[in-house]
Design a protein around this ligand. Structure first.
Ligand code: AMP
Length: 514
């Protein structure tokens, strides 16, 4: 038995000297460099006592070295466990306690603050910082990697062995560790390479963080299994994106990337002429953004849908129509259905219910949480995504929001998205978030928070009045608030949990019947 994921990576290397990564500090990594650097990291981990199945937890800034550490961990037969760079020491304490990694790698600047938590969890602390020059590396782990052999005999791992644990982003509850096998990652990346037509001639503009499934697996594994190249940017910065766009062929982004780029006058047909594909995901792309992007650049953004637990589930087609506001069709090998959330009975076309998926992309369960795992799977193996949606007569999947965001007011179900869509269409509105707040009469009261364009003459009262004409009475927000912006996490997801918390008392302070 070989190493399932890395064997596939090796088999798809176009040529040792082919470019793998262009880094914005001027370095170029060939595929031979990738194989060597990941061998050194694998060797460094083994020299630290890392054994197959051990977790290697990592909270570091984005860098090519961090990607080499990911591949090195896979080659060493261990489990890569990336953590959001925004997590505080208290949050890190929870993750280390839960995952019990044998090694925890952090930024050198955080080592002193995090060492006690690493020790408490029984993990050895190592550091990995940003590269400075060919002989100055920031961190104990790159030093150890440099001192390790340039070759490594990959540890045997089968398709079902774990390659990574990714903690869910926790916008609707405490983060849980999703266990992802070699085949979960490999099968999904291979499906995406085919579906999105990636070849060795592609160059991906990589501006996403690499602690999340989008930047780590969707972007990086797709490049690797296509034998393609990437331009690795430390973060999303429109200046950098415009600087490199003429050398790239594809970009993967969260909707906020596209919104931000649309605000830039440089965006147009000329600046995007070299590109063949723009992919969006991780949060809903407004139909308006899709339309504006197409008008300005001539490119239809390809929206897809996935999650930490399942990798990618659905995608708009490469050749067929990319329908704004939908997430397309189930990927080859993936089955998707919509069911009644209560009974689990399959629903017909256009009926809204719980989206469930099954396929080689779906994870192996939550780390050390068999109860939660059992609760999220049906007896026939389908995973209950927690997303509400429908499949239209043409087969396109639509998402209307997280199940936990469903508002039940006076016994009626209100899907936030149907209210948000109406508000977002109004002149002068940028975007909105609709959620439920506890209400003494109705159980929950529909509440809207709206961002308006500077100078637009839109008020809470004018929004309410306009909605009155368009929505059934029970769907009308009982209160509308105009705000400067919506709280978002690093993947561009609106944090409705924060909004619910902020506005939780607005109806409770009044007496019943008011
Ligand atoms: P995460 O596990 O952080 O990747 O979050 C996954 C969740 O993001 C999904 O369950 C959806 O609620 C949401 N999501 C991902 N892609 C899309 C999309 N294209 N449209 C709407 N929601 C999306």
């Amino acid at each position: 038995m070989g190493n399932h994921l890395f064997d596939l990576v090796r088999a798809r290397i176009p040529a040792p000297e082919a470019r793998f990564a262009l880094i914005d500090d001027g370095r170029v990594f060939s595929y031979a460099d990738m194989v060597e650097a990941s061998a050194r990291y694998a060797g460094a981990l083994v020299s630290l006592g890392v054994k197959p199945g051990d977790r290697v937890a990592v909270q570091v800034e984005k860098s090519i070295e961090a990607l080499m550490l990911y591949l090195g961990t896979v080659r060493a037969g261990a489990i890569f466990l990336p953590l959001n760079t925004g997590y505080t020491p208290a949050e890190i304490e929870y993750f280390l306690g839960d995952a019990e990694p044998s090694v925890f790698v952090c930024d050198p600047s955080k080592a002193d603050a995090l060492r006690p938590y690493a020790e408490k969890a029984g993990a050895r602390l190592e550091t990995l910082g940003v590269w400075r020059s060919h002989d100055v590396w920031a961190g104990t782990l790159p030093d150890r990697a440099l001192a390790s052999p340039a070759q490594f005999a990959d540890v045997a791992r089968g398709p079902d062995d774990l390659a990574a644990i990714l903690y869910t982003s926790g916008t609707t509850g405490r983060s849980k560790g999703a266990m992802l096998s070699h085949d979960n990652l490999a099968s999904n990346a291979l499906a995406l390479v085919d579906y999105w037509r990636f070849t060795k001639d592609d160059v991906l503009l990589h501006a996403l963080p690499i602690f999340h499934t989008h930047g780590l697996f969707v972007a990086t594994n797709t490049v690797l299994l296509a034998g393609a190249a990437m331009i690795l940017l430390p973060k999303f910065d429109p200046e950098q994106v415009f600087k490199y766009m003429a050398q790239a062929t594809a970009m993967m982004g969260v909707p906020t990337f596209y919104v931000r780029l649309l605000q830039d006058k440089r965006l147009g047909k000329e600046t995007t002429a070299h590109m063949r594909l723009f992919v969006s995901g991780s949060a809903p792309l407004l139909a308006e953004t899709h339309r504006e992007w197409r008008e300005r650049t001539g490119h239809a953004i390809l929206e897809r849908y996935g999650m930490t637990e399942t990798n990618m589930n659905t995608s708009n087609p490469y050749d067929g129509e990319r329908v704004a506001g939908t997430v397309g069709f189930p990927l080859p090998g993936v089955s998707a259905r919509v069911v009644d959330p209560e009974t689990g009975k399959a629903l017909g076309r256009d009926e809204i219910g719980m989206i469930e998926v099954k396929g080689p992309n779906v994870f192996k369960g939550y780390w050390r949480n068999p109860e939660k795992t059992a609760a999220e799977f049906r007896a026939d193996g389908f995973f209950i995504t927690g997303d509400l949606g429908k499949i239209d007569p043409a087969g396109y999947v639509h998402i209307v929001g997280r199940g936990k965001d469903l508002i039940i007011t006076g016994g009626y179900n209100v899907y936030p998205k149907e209210v948000e869509v109406e508000i977002d269409e109004m002149q002068g509105v940028v975007e909105s978030a609709v959620f439920g707040c506890a209400h003494p009469d109705f159980g929950e009261g529909v509440t809207a928070v709206v961002v308006v364009r500077p100078g637009a003459e839109v008020t809470a009262a004018s929004i309410q009045k306009a909605l009155d004409q368009r929505l059934a009475k029970f769907k009308l927000p009982k209160q509308v608030f105009v705000v400067g912006d919506l709280p978002r996490n690093t993947m561009g997801k609106v944090q409705k949990n924060l909004l619910r918390e902020q506005y939780k008392d607005i109806y409770l302070s009044r007496k019943a019947g008011e």
